[in-house]
Design a protein around this ligand. Structure first.
Ligand SMILES: C[S@@+](CC[C@H](N)C(=O)[O-])C[C@H]1O[C@@H](n2cnc3c(N)ncnc32)[C@H](O)[C@@H]1O
Length: 249
């Protein structure tokens, strides 16, 4: 249940304005395009592209995420049409879109039904942009492995293996082919408290998922991070990465 993460999502690895600017450049957006963000959550991807396209639509399965997106749109003064639906069951009368975005979500979508919907809603010459934001797992984020170990131990039944599916794999049996990719890497310093809060922003470790043993979970996260922290903070290298697809000729 992703809506259990609302309130903590600001602690996740951020999507950077530079990422959307670079993607808008590669996509050669002219500012008139109709964008639909599938599995939009609270709308981060749609809002990131808002100044580069003509209209925004968002779709999500969870009503609370749609409400979160609605609230975020109001706060930002951005217009977005929001639709409560599973991607695989998108209504037929939505029209067509020049840009379909999917952020941190293709892992959870059923490929065959999603590809069928993508084929229907993608306008002629349209593009699909599948993206995510995450920690870069190298020496610059040395704490990551220990942090992840605790998080995974506390969610033994969560299908983490699905997160390894590349966008290219997701669309391998589709009429769409990869044309290019965008990657932006940055570093920042974040506090141990920030990372404790971030853990609750993942569906696997949300406050609902952890239940009444949250204090112990927090203590284990803090103990795992302690060897890497200086003055209560660690350095994180993170990336925003997106892959662009278009219809095969
Ligand atoms: C990890 S969040 C990603 C949110 C946002 N796109 C982002 O990049 O931050 C995954 C979202 O996918 C939605 N979701 C999962 N399965 C879905 C489906 N079959 N149809 C529509 N939305 C779905 C969840 O409700 C959740 O909001």
């Amino acid at each position: 249940m992703w809506s259990a993460t609302i309130g903590y999502r600001r602690y996740l690895e951020p999507y950077l304005p530079r990422f959307f600017a670079d993607a808008a450049g590669k996509l050669a957006l002219a500012g008139r395009e109709a964008l639909i963000d599938l599995a939009c959550g609270t709308g981060e991807i749609a809002f990131g592209f808002s100044k580069y396209v003509g209209s925004l639509t968002g779709v999500d399965l969870e009503p609370a995420m749609i409400q979160g997106a609605e609230a975020a749109a109001k706060e930002r003064g951005v217009k977005i049409r929001l639709i409560h639906s599973a991607v695989e069951e998108l209504p037929d009368d939505l029209g067509q879109f020049d840009l379909v975005t999917i952020g941190k979500a293709h892992f959870w979508l059923k490929a065959e039904a999603t590809i069928d919907r993508l084929d229907r809603i993608l306008a002629k010459g349209g593009r699909i942009f599948i993206c995510f934001a995450g920690t870069v797992r190298d020496g610059d984020s040395a704490w990551y492995r220990a942090y992840r170990q605790v998080r995974r131990r506390w969610a033994p039944d969560y299908p983490f293996h699905r997160l390894a599916e590349a966008p290219e794999e997701f669309l391998q049996d589709s009429p769409f082919r990869r044309v290019s990719a965008v990657r932006v890497v940055a570093t920042h310093t974040i506090s141990v408290d920030h990372l404790v809060n971030r853990a609750f922003a993942y569906e696997a470790n949300s406050r609902v998922a952890i239940g009444d043993r949250q204090e112990q979970f927090i203590a284990e996260l803090r103990a795992a991070l302690a060897p890497y922290a200086r003055d209560g903070a660690v350095k994180e290298k993170f990336q925003n990465r997106g892959v662009i697809f278009e219809r095969s000729a």
